[in-house]
Design a protein around this ligand. Sequence first.
Ligand SMILES: [Zn+2]
Length: 314
Amino acid sequence: MNTVRIPKIINFGEDALGSAEYPNNALIVTTAPPALSDKWISKMGIKDYMLYDKVTPEPSIGDVEGVISEYKDKNPSALIGLGGGSSMDVVKYAAPMLNKPKILIPTTFGTGAEMTTYCVLKFDGKKKLLREDKFLADMAVVDSYFMDGTPQQIVNNSVCDALAQASEGHDSKLGNDLTRMFCKKAFDKLYDAIMNDRPQDYPYGSMLSGIGFGNCSTTLGHALSYVFSNEGVPHGYSLSSCTTIAHKFNGSQFYERFKECMEKLGFERMDLKADVSEAADLVMTDRGHLDPNPIPVSKEDVMQCLNDIKAGNL
Ligand SMILES: [Zn+2]
């Protein structure tokens, strides 16, 4: 049997943010300062709401408990996560505890988190990746409105993540016919948008990617990327080389087009300060990404990939 989980309602496309219907007396949860959240909320056209804007970036279970203790007795009709991953993660965890529906509105794009059953929170100071059906949104709103004013490098890193997730997800051994359909559509949409300078299509492509990979997995590209993340390279940036070399190693149908996109976006060669053999040992522990890779990966393979990344031999 195959199972695919997607939010009950997905609003996307032109003016999704202003056209979607929001329930009265919902609690909006955000990390954004009032100057910004006021602007977003007026664009939503929502009048009757409560606002909690004390969520900290990279939130912990303490942030979730803060929301619950402050609003349990105020009986909100729903929780709305308005912001990047942090705001959405808090709502993903808190809404089921309050037995309320959740609405996710990403103001950044790339991870596709608004479509997935993943939730990242800190417990005892340590980040944990959780995955449960109850983290899925009841409604999501995806609108390119929020891209306005986002620095170009952040946009590029984000679209690289979405493109990597779509193509790695497509090739994942955990995929099925339906996840491959979403991943393929996501890749085609993002490829067209990158090559033809239509960044306004990125959030939609990222959303499709989230549905696709979120119901299977990413693979070798993501496994390789974490040793670069450990040295401070942003996640999306590290995938520019890591997913390219992974697609080459796997003989993926996406290799040429992925590489074309990376060149168009202007990503540069990355160095690795860590010892390649030690880094490869670390990569090899990441079974969650390596086991679903379309072909088996040895430590020697990983070392070759890391050396090729360092040499720019992609
Ligand atoms: Zn990713």
